[in-house]
Write a protein that binds this ligand. Structure first.
Ligand SMILES: NC(=O)c1ccc[n+]([C@@H]2O[C@H](COP(=O)([O-])OP(=O)(O)OC[C@H]3O[C@@H](n4cnc5c(N)ncnc54)[C@H](OP(=O)(O)O)[C@@H]3O)[C@@H](O)[C@H]2O)c1
Length: 402
């Protein structure tokens, strides 16, 4: 393939990083020829000719000279329209938009096949850590048992400040925002949705199954309290926001996003601050661990660069596992061991615990540790979210091994 002529959508944190990374890289035969942004009035970094910019998507989508679209905008609905229009026109796309991908991946996979065109998105899941292409190419067999990790840097930064620096939660959140790790509306990160979207994408490439985000239990860290932190410290564990997809029996798997008690023996125990870490477990090879920067301008751009280089070699995801005769089925009929701390919300009356292992009542707060089905957590999530309570998973699968 000759020189790749790129139409870039978005010139924010990631878009500017891509411009910089391409400028620094000698062995990539690609150039940005047009940049589409939301507002042409915004000041842009000095050295870039303003004639590069447009606010009309069609100026890129209808330009026959453009042979790759790189889409890094922060509007999931607009991103969906742009990516669909590009794929319909058989223009390959590189995207970093996890919210858009997680909600529409099934349809976008069919479009890729129908039109014989590629959509690459390694940057969407864990920034610079090459999770997707590794799952797609190296782990393209039945041995994979589990992918589990810390997929969101902002919430991890907050929890690290709280655990390692004795910082109050509100102060840690304010620091994360001031440093640009958390959005000004941080709910996407701290309520677990960012991790959820990444987990949906990862599962497509890990097990060949797409599960819609609405069908997955997601619980964040926004209601964590000093008493939870005290409890975890007493037990010598940290609380981390963990996303996981796990094969639970030969033909079934489960997935969820939840705070989890993590003991010092686990790899993810030492994934601190804004870093991400992903543990891959399989038959025969036990555990492998990927660690790195999951977000930020240049780290994310480096992953986009890798996808651009891959297009130079005509690379596309084959979604091989989606065609396997024997794919595991998603189940929520799984017993989890849960820590629940609550004050007024009657957690034991809301959740049908099958067994309660520990219970403690005081004038300040109550807590219990009990076994409850994941399906029950999903069924009752509206009664649990945003209330005066906090839930965390106590890992049962492979209990001491990850
Ligand atoms: N930041 C990270 O570390 C990171 C990591 C991995 C993935 N991502 C993903 O990458 C994407 C971009 O993130 P970001 O942090 O770079 O966002 P950002 O800094 O807020 O920049 C967003 C850019 O998108 C442009 N834009 C918004 N709506 C548009 C539309 N309808 N048409 C054309 N341009 C539009 C904006 O234009 P104006 O400049 O005119 O406002 C801006 O340049 C998101 O999907 C995010 O989830 C980000």
């Amino acid at each position: 393939m000759g020189k790749i002529r790129i139409g870039l959508f978005g010139f924010g944190v990631v878009g500017q990083g891509i411009y910089e990374v391409l400028r620094r890289t000698k062995n990539v035969d690609a150039e940005i020829v047009k940049i589409c942004v939301r507002s042409l009035d915004k000041p842009r970094p000095g050295e870039i000719d303003r004639r590069f910019f447009t606010d009309s998507a069609d100026e890129i989508l209808l330009d026959p000279a453009i042979d790759l679209i790189v889409e890094v905008i922060d509007d999931a609905e607009a991103s969906y329209r742009i990516v669909k229009a590009a794929l319909e026109r058989k223009i390959p796309v590189v995207s970093g938009n996890k919210a858009m991908l997680a909600n529409h991946l099934q349809e976008l996979i069919e479009m890729q096949k129908r039109n014989g065109v590629a959509l690459l998105y390694d940057a969407s899941s864990c920034g610079s850590i090459p999770v997707i292409r590794n799952l797609e190419e190296y782990y393209d067999n039945d041995l994979l048992l589990e992918v589990k990790g810390i997929l969101n840097g902002s919430s991890n930064y907050i929890l690290s400040r709280v655990f390692d620096h004795q910082c109050p939660y509100a102060e840690a959140l304010a620091q994360a925002q001031a440093l640009g790790f958390a959005e000004s509306d941080p709910s996407f990160d701290i309520e677990g949705y960012d991790s959820l979207f990444k987990l949906v994408i990862i599962t497509v490439h890990a097990l060949g199954v797409y599960v819609h985000p609405r069908d997955i239990f997601t619980y964040g860290i926004s209601t964590i309290h000093d008493s939870d932190i005290r409890y975890a410290r007493e037990k010598r564990v940290k609380i981390k926001l963990v996303a996981q997809v796990v094969k639970v029996a030969g033909d079934r798997f489960t997935m969820f996003v939840m705070p989890e008690f993590v003991s010092p023996k686990k790899y993810i125990y030492s994934v601190d601050d804004e870093y991400n870490g992903v543990v891959i477990r399989g038959e025969c090879y036990d555990r492998q661990f990927m660690f790195g920067k999951g977000a930020g301008s240049l780290p994310t751009a480096s992953s986009i660069l890798s996808d651009i280089m891959a297009r130079q070699h005509d690379y596309r995801y084959e979604y091989k596992k989606m065609n396997y005769a024997d794919r595991p089925a998603y189940t929520t009929d799984i017993l989890l061991r849960i820590y629940a701390r609550y004050t007024d919300t009657p957690v034991p009356a809301i959740l049908p615990f099958e067994k309660i292992h520990e219970q403690y009542f005081s004038s300040e707060c109550n807590y219990l540790i009990g076994d409850v089905k994941l399906s029950a957590l999903i069924e009752h999530r509206a009664e649990l979210n945003g209330k005066d309570l906090f839930l965390a998973n106590i890992p049962l699968f492979f209990i001491d091994r990850d």
